[in-house]
Ligand binder design. Sequence first.
Ligand code: NAP
Length: 532
Amino acid sequence: MTLSSIPLTTADVQIAAGGRRNFTLLCAPVMGESVDQMLGQIRKAKEQGADLVEVRLDFLKSFSPKQDLEVLLKQSALPTLVTYRPKWEGGQYEGDDSRRLDALRVAVESGADYVDVELQVAHEFFSSIHGKKPEKVKIIVSSHNYQNTPSSEELGNLVARIQATGADIVKIATTALDISDCAHIFQVLAHSQVPTIAIAMGERGLISRILAAKYGGFLTFGAIEAGVVSAPGQPSIKDLLDLYNLRQLGPDTKVHGVIGKPIGHSKSPHLYNAAFKSVNFNGIYLPLLVDSVANFINAYSSPDFVGYSYTIPHKEDGLRCCDEVDPIAKAIGAISQMIRRPTDGKLIGYNVDYLGAIAAIEEALRASNGASPATISPLAGKLFVVIGAGGAGKALAYGGMEKGARVVVANRTYEKAKELASKVGGQAITLAELENFHPEDGMVLANTTSVGMKPNIDLTPLSKKALSRYRLVFDAIYTPKLTRLLQEAQECGAIPVYGTEMFINQAFVQFERFTGYPAPKQLIRDALAKST
Ligand code: NAP
């Protein structure tokens, strides 16, 4: 396979791939220990949809440059980028550097499409291949920073230094210590005059790898097998193509995401990306691992960053970063969604959690009551016990109050329970008191703590003995769907109401706010079922 079969202009790309909206290449690192293993990995990369492979020579257990490169480059099912990364730049090769550069020269002469050489040795390498480089071979000059991500200005200077070596393609890889570091990478891509690969490594750099396609990165890396990566934070080819719809991203794609910490468990990207695609909405929805909401909001003030969902532990901080807040969200003191108003760029906060949860509880009570009139909430007059006083706890407590329930709040930090209870005209109790709390029968319980959430699925916020006093038990947790709390509630004869129902109901509302389209409800249900 040769480079000529890779589309190189936007027009070619669109023709080649039926509506592909960017020309960022998807490159799969191959890290086999033998040439045969590498060829097998290259075939897999092709099947999965990669455009080219990075052959990491430093992973080979034994290596004879002339013979091995000839076989690899001739038999490769995809165009090749040859890299022989030394230990001093984060690779595996520990031997003599002149032998390493000899091997890279062999790669140049043997028909690699791209050869990667580190900035530190680039001048020496270029002098040695002067006049001998076939026209079609492009040299990538790379610089890796495993400590941090310098400022945009410093990165701009680094790009200039790399360009000055005579590089055909510039590559910089930095380490994201905060998600806002990716904004420096986007600046570099947006301003670069030469083909540029720019990536922030690590969990906090994930969005730089995905949005490379929006900002015109020359390529982004995708792992053939999830977790088997050549650099920290690398997503799989499958996720890039199927979950994030990489080929559909363009300069005008609007960016959305869920802001939380941790965020890896979130199913939201599965739901919203599938839903966006189903209505041809030009948007992407990312998991956003955010340490400081204020830093994130300041770093991504561009009009293309248009909407976020908020989850643990940022719902209250999110509210503080809004320009305007919807009255319910203000009363609750937490937001679950933030939208950038297109007319003036202002950030507006909403809380849609309570809508989803209360609707799910009412529905289940109605179904069990038989014929209660739709105008009166079946929660009216009920004793409604909320465990937790965080974002979801506040939403449930305010929702209960709105529906005329008598609200009781139990929380690990008792002070917070007291504060919330007083706001909703309810009663506060401690978690210890909750164990023996039984003033009447027919009570409704809502867990809004994260106790029992993946990976701690053996935990539960209330003993089974105490659960037997409730008519209905709702759990806000939706990973897993059937928590230990709900399993035990069911065993005690209570009606279980799943967090997935709260999630689905509020997802419909959020989707409509993000896109302006009616929510594809069945598709969202199916996507959630598939991903839980
Ligand atoms: P949050 O604001 O951080 O609040 C967490 C609450 O859990 C606080 O009340 C906290 O008590 C309590 N808590 C945490 N660890 C605890 C422990 N080990 N023992 C006892 N209490 C503990 O979080 P949130 O946004 O409200 O989310 C809470 C849960 O609801 C999460 O599992 C989240 O996934 C889920 N949720 C689900 C949906 C949905 O659509 N289904 C929507 C929103 C949230 P302290 O005050 O003492 O710290």
